[in-house]
Ligand binder design. Structure first.
Ligand code: SF4
Ligand code: SF4
Length: 346
């Protein structure tokens, strides 16, 4: 285990950024989001949750896939280059790291998403333990430990020091690259264990920590799908899509063409939302015709369909962003609670 003084973090960022791209939480116009590091970036690793999750680092909000260029009668198709530059994402929280594992289950299976795979190959994740989890957090419900993030490097900010523990080969390589800024600390394990205990104590007291997922496991698909509760639950939903855009695990996208004039026609993909009425619109129309069906899809996917196809892994990580951002206070906690109440639980 290593450590580095908080006052030397800028030197650490400079060192990393000299060799590879670096993304980390940056404050801009009152919001904190992951962005590329620069000398004048207002780095903010104290804010617990960025507004958007850091999934953009691996699955950007918008990216060109290829460009069609016409030269007289000849049309050529030029695929967009895959990511070749190594990069580091610093300061991801444990829930967002699990979010990337969820995306892996979608994009790293057959047929492989080569754009995503190249970013995963070149990206190193340095995770930061949550010093003070907030009321909207419920990652423990999904077996995630906010005090002990599983990434390439796990870090803990304790007082005026950042403690640093490499966990994978990529993590070891990054540690070696910045070794002259890190010092080994014999007392580090003790300090980190104490910090973990303090974090666990906070987590135990959070209002949604003990949310029960009982009733969402096993052969419940049709029972949940047909439940009349959806008839009421969906009603306040404005179909704004905010919940899907801030979510670290939502992975719906659309593919569109953009006429860039003399630069050709660019085919690009961009995030989309299952909450939108034109999502997956086909020539015959849309499979999910009502907002109730679209609303149900989002939660059934996270709590039933995804785990059924991925060895029980839920595609919610309890980050609480939808809890904070939905303008109608509709969210996955409300859905889970509504079903639990119906089953006679508290
Ligand atoms: S659940 Fe809330 S955030 Fe999501 S689409 Fe509906 S109104 Fe918007
Ligand atoms: S559904 Fe909500 S709480 Fe769950 S991962 Fe997405 S934004 Fe976070």
């Amino acid at each position: 285990m290593y450590k580095i003084a908080k006052e030397n973090l800028t030197a650490l960022f400079q060192k990393i950024a000299a060799e590879q791209e670096l993304y980390l939480p940056v404050r801009n116009e009152g919001q904190v989001n992951f962005a590329a590091w620069s000398e004048d970036a207002q780095v903010d690793i104290d804010t617990l949750k960025t507004v958007k999750s850091p999934k953009d680092a691996f699955f950007p909000q918008s990216e060109t896939l290829y460009t069609c260029v016409r030269d007289g009668k000849k049309i050529s198709i030029e695929p967009e280059a895959l990511k070749e530059q190594d990069f580091v994402v610093f300061g991801m929280r444990a829930c967002d790291v699990r979010g990337v594992e969820v995306l892996d289950k979608v994009f790293l299976v057959d047929p492989l998403d080569t754009f995503y795979a190249a970013r995963r190959d070149h990206g190193t994740i340095v995770a930061l333990a949550c010093h003070e989890p907030e009321e909207t957090c419920f990652c423990k419900v999904f077996g995630i430990d906010a005090a002990d993030p599983a990434a390439d490097v796990a870090t803990w900010m304790i007082g005026e020091d950042l403690y640093w523990k490499p966990l994978t080969e990529k993590g070891e390589a990054l540690t070696k690259a910045v070794a002259d800024l890190l010092t080994e600390d014999a007392a580090a394990d003790e300090a980190v264990e104490k910090e973990k205990e303090a974090i666990h104590n906070i987590i135990e007291q959070l209002p949604y920590t003990h949310l029960s997922l009982e009733g969402w496991n096993g052969d419940v698909l049709m029972e949940k799908f047909e439940d009349p509760l959806w008839d009421e639950l969906y009603k306040p939903c404005l179909a704004c899509g905010t919940c899907t855009f801030v979510c670290p695990t939502c992975q719906c996208y659309d593919i569109k063409d953009y006429d860039a004039g003399k630069n050709g026609v660019q085919r690009y993909r961009c995030w989309d939302s299952c909450m939108y009425s034109d999502f997956t619109m086909m020539a015959h129309g849309n499979n999910r015709k009502s907002q109730k069906e679209r609303f149900r899809q989002r939660f059934m996917h996270k709590l039933v369909y995804f785990p059924a196809n991925n060895d029980g892994m839920y595609s919610c990580v309890g980050c609480g962003r939808c809890v904070e951002k939905c303008p109608e206070s509709l969210n996955i906690v409300k859905v889970i609670k509504a079903f639990a109440k119906q089953g006679g639980e508290k």
